[in-house]
Every structure is written in C-alpha cells, then in structure tokens.
Design a protein around this ligand. Sequence first.
Ligand code: GDP
Ligand code: ZN
Length: 361
Amino acid sequence: MALADLGWDDYFAGHFEQLKDGDLIPARVAEEHRNSYRVLTVNGLLSARVSGRFRHEACGYSEFPAVGDWVAIRLRPQEGKATIHHVLPRKGKFSRAAVLAGKTEEQVLAANVDTAFLVSGLDHDFNLRRIERYVTIAWDSGAGPVVVLNKSDLCEDVDAIVEQVETTVLGVSVCAISATESEGIDRLTPFLTPGTTIAFLGSSGVGKSTIINRLLGEERLKTSAVRQSDSKGVHTTTRRELLPLPTGAIVIDTPGMREIQIWSEASGMDRSFGDIDALALGCRFSDCSHLTEPGCAIQQAIADGDLDAKRFQGYQKLQKELHYLRIRQDQKAHRREVKEWHKKISRTLKEREKMRDKGVY
Ligand code: GDP
Ligand code: ZN
C-alpha cells in the first residue's frame, strides 16, 4: 500500500517535512483504544502509544490523536510497536462535546474527512430540518456534504422528495438509493475516488452499515437486522475503523459519528442558511431580532410564504446552540490559559531551585 492510498497528499507531506526528523515515519490512525492506537503505515497495521512528552505537553483531549489523523511515529522494531510523537495539523475534524471529569471537553470523532455522506431513510426517518443540520455540521467540519436518501424502495414519490431536499440544501448533491435492493448505489461512485476519505452520518437504522457493506462488496459490518438477534454484540466495542474500499476511497466508521452533536464555530452557518442571512439585510433595523420589530424582512417573507417558518425556527435553534457552545468554549479557553500559566510558573520555580542548588543565589 502506498501513502497516497491512505489519503496522504501535499498538505500532509508539507507539514511532515517541517518536522525535520529523519527517524520519524508517517502513519494514519485507524483505531482508537483506551490507552493505545492502531495506526496504518505503508507496511500495515501497528499498535502505537503517544510519547510521554506528547502526553505531558497536550493541553486538551482534542489534541490527542483521533481516527483519521496523520501522525509522525518512531518504530520500536524489537517490540513491533510504535510511538506517536506528533499529530500533523488537521484539514478538518468532526467533534462532539463530551463531559470528562466534570468538564465540557471537545472530543474528536474523526479527523481529515473529505466527504461526508449524510444518510437519511426515505421512510418515517425523513426530516428536512435534520438534513439541514447535518449539512451545517459537515461544512463546519471541513468536509463536503453529500445527502444520501436511502430506502428508496419504501417511498412512493422519490423524485418529489429529492427535489424538496435539493431546494433546501442548495448546491449540495442529493442521491436517492436503496442499499438492500442495490439500486442507485452507483450514484455514490463519483465521490469515491482513490485517496478520498469519507464518513457516514445519520441516525441509527437508516442503513449506514448496509451501504458500507455494499461499497465494500462484503458483509463486513453488522447491520441492525443481525444485531437484534445477537444482543451481545451491540455497543460492546469501542473500536473505530478506517476501511479501504475497492474504489480506493477510505471509509472512516466511528460509532460516535452516528449521533453527532454539534461542536463548531459558526462558519458553516452562512452556507446552509445563506438565504436567511440575505433576507435579514432587508430588515429596517440592523440589530433586528426578527421577532416583533416593524419592517422585519424575515417576518414579511414568512407572511408572504417565501420563507418556511419551520426553517427559520431551525436557524434560530442552531444559533442559540452555537451561542451556548461559544460560552462553554470561552470558559474552556480560560481554564487552558490558567493551566498554561501554572505550567510556566512551576517551570520557572524549578529552574530557580536548580540555580539555588548550584549556589547561584
Ligand atoms: P445503520 O444503523 O444506519 O447502520 O443501519 P443498518 O445498515 O444496520 O440498517 C438498518 C435496517 O434497515 C436493516 O434492517 C437493513 O436491512 C435495513 N435497510 C438498510 N438499507 C435499506 C434499504 O435500502 N431498504 C430497506 N427497505 N431497508 C433497508
Ligand atoms: Zn428582522
């Protein structure tokens, strides 16, 4: 296997070169376990741990390697293992807020995803607002979104729904497929080019495992039909995986991605709610809250039937979430500063002690 087959490109090569250490080799994190990782190198899978120095210098959970990360490792040939010394800068990341030891921490679920397949079922699961949110999450995470509407075999009027989704998430590809009937799967092929890293987001039961198995060409992942008869297998594994597809693309399949919570800057917002922002420019007051003010272009658009009230509610809900998230992040940044400061002080104190021992004072 060549590095490019694992998703290596000029971006990562450039950052790797800057490390200027001939002993290090690049590897991609394929699995995360409690205290160790499994990384893919050109020579196959290796078990790896982060170096003591890395652990000491890391300022937060999100700085540790995550599935999809490119890392610089040193081999320990006598043990057949490796030590991770650096995580190369990420192109993007999917994160969620996790509470660890009473603190809200960012947990990276998958790094360096190029394309996110946002899967919904064309059955009762279908929900436009949720698709919108997933699109926002994908943009925020540095991945190009592709909406996949699965279970087309269970839907009477597929074309009408595809059109409805297309007008809601303007500019985003929408593919209707049936994984069990193997119908329309080839609509996904243009996105599965060699070296492209893809991930699947969507609620449980929409058919993500079934689609991945179709793309793999084998029944590698357990689908829920199987899981139900096998009550043990569910949720007992914390394994996260990188799966190379026959097309040369790489699937990141980590359980946490399936019910992802938002953790992001507001950047993705402009892209999927751009029409609402554009409308707001027409409000009489520049700080219009779009609730009761006179001359509100958004309320007018809703009254005229040009803007779906539910869509506006989705926009407001997301803004509120981002607002609270930003407050929590600010608090976290503050704690990090304090921690850095403590580190610095204790280093200075240690230096002083050393000097004193040497009789400088
Ligand atoms: P996941 O939780 O998203 O990974 O969903 P699974 O792949 O486990 O699928 C959940 C259930 O939906 C299983 O019983 C699948 O057989 C079924 N399923 C998946 N794709 C389709 C489809 O295209 N049509 C129909 N009718 N059922 C499907
Ligand atoms: Zn307004």
